[in-house]
Design a protein around this ligand. Structure first.
Ligand code: IPM
Ligand code: MG
Length: 408
């Protein structure tokens, strides 16, 4: 016997979800242009430590950020603000993904540096509240999750443009248990939300001269939302006649990322939310692990920069938090510098990160007292940035590693 009453309840719930999404579309239609940081009197940078190792690695990354922006801070052109309340304890206390007062403070900033936050799942000791990352991406409309991965000696120079506010994540906490036996989740694609991420990917390909975009979906199976992604890409591509593009399915793409014969051809990827989440961990692993990758969450008004890994609570309970690797957060600082227009500072920090983590390795991080602390490593990076011959040193290492890779 079909439970008609259960269908009715679920329909009502579905109706509410549709109403909220259509309201969102109206907001997206009225969306303004990208913020111009060069026109601000003062750039406000918020820092949220998060949970677990978050406050530790975030503090190390903040020191690097203060070092880079020292002149601007002194001149009153930039201000760094500590923003409290994005901890799992506080979020559980108010039973919200982001407490209201914290959100209010975040909205007073232009850009945010955020440490990893605990994301509860069913069965955890915490109530199963929505992820703080996901909530922040939605509330601040940070629709483009940009994740670069580069391994020069393998010819890999990728950047992922992951849609960050829609797809399977949009209603990830709003699925419906229709009956005890039937659970349904939802996947969302709007014209506006899809177009802006695809455009951001194509713009990047054009601006950087990479001129190649790979659009990744599973449109043969997920025909409606992924199908929309593909159709919109066909239209957007017409505005970029010099950018070559092709479409791929997510399954074969995950395989091709480890195919030495094909992978170095890829340049810019554009993908829906969940595929982007999964494949960027794989890509980061090829680069040396999720600890090496930074993540930019960009919207037209706000931007948030973070590590791509989690909060590693075990390191805290085992008393090893000060040995957590801050490099993913420091990479996020480099992405922030680039985004706010500090191109030279970003370049310098990226070179120092390469030299310290991949080439020179005077200090190594092991996650325990057998290696450096996060703060010692941040010092190492800042010292390296001060070297007048940094660019020559970096170029020498890159050339040598390319030559060595060719020999093998
Ligand atoms: C990421 C993370 C997040 C995500 C989690 C922590 C909510 O895996 O940024 O990739 O799923 O997006
Ligand atoms: Mg992820």
């Amino acid at each position: 016997m079909v439970d008609e009453q259960a269908i009715k309840v679920a329909q009502e719930r579905f109706g509410e979800l549709l109403r909220r999404q259509l309201e969102r579309v109206d907001v997206l239609k009225g969306e303004g242009d990208w913020i111009d940081y060069s026109k601000l009197d003062k750039l406000i940078i918020g820092v949220c430590g998060g949970d677990g190792i978050g406050p530790y690695i975030c503090a190390s990354a903040q020191r690097v950020m203060e070092f880079l922006l020292a002149d601007k801070i002194k001149a009153g052109k930039a201000e760094i603000r500590q923003i409290d309340g994005l901890t799992i304890e506080r979020r559980v206390e108010v039973m919200k993904a982001i407490p209201d007062d914290t959100l209010e403070e975040l909205k007073k900033c232009h850009v945010i540096l955020k440490g990893p936050t605990t994301t509860p799942k069913k069965g955890d000791p915490w109530p199963n509240i929505e992820s703080a990352n996901v909530a922040m991406r939605k509330q601040l409309d940070l629709f483009a999750n940009v994740r670069p991965v580069s391994v020069p000696e393998l010819g890999i120079d990728w950047v992922f443009y992951r849609e960050n506010t829609e797809g399977s994540y949009a209603l990830g906490s709003d699925g419906v248990n229709v009956t005890d036996d039937l659970a349904m989740d939802f996947c969302v694609a709007t014209t506006q939300g899809t177009e802006r991420i695809i455009r951001a990917g194509f713009e990047h390909a054009k601006k950087t001269g990479k001129n190649y975009v790979s659009l990744v979906t599973k449109a043969n199976i997920i025909k409606t939302t992924d199908g929309k992604f593909l159709t919109i890409a066909e239209n957007v591509a017409k505005d970029y006649p010099d950018v070559k593009w092709d479409d791929w399915f997510i399954d074969i793409t995950t395989a091709k990322l480890i195919d030495p014969a094909r992978r170095s051809d890829f340049k810019v990827f554009v993908l829906p939310n969940l595929y982007g989440d999964i494949i960027t961990d794989e890509a980061a692993q090829i680069q040396g692990g999720v600890g090496t990758a930074g993540s930019a969450n960009l919207g037209k008004r706000y931007a948030m920069f973070e590590a791509i890994h989690g909060s590693a609570p075990r390191m805290v309970t085992e008393g090893r938090a000060q040995y957590a690797d801050p490099c993913s957060m420091i990479k996020a600082v480099a992405m922030m510098m680039e985004h706010i227009g500090e191109i030279e500072k970003a370049k310098k920090l990226n070179m120092a990160l390469d030299v310290c983590t991949q080439f020179e390795k005077k200090l190594v991080m092991t996650g325990r007292d057998t290696g450096a602390t996060g703060n010692e490593f941040a010092d190492y990076i800042m010292e390296t940035m001060k070297r007048p011959d940094l660019e020559t040193v970096w170029q020498g290492y890159v050339d040598a590693s390319i030559a060595a890779a060719k020999k093998n």
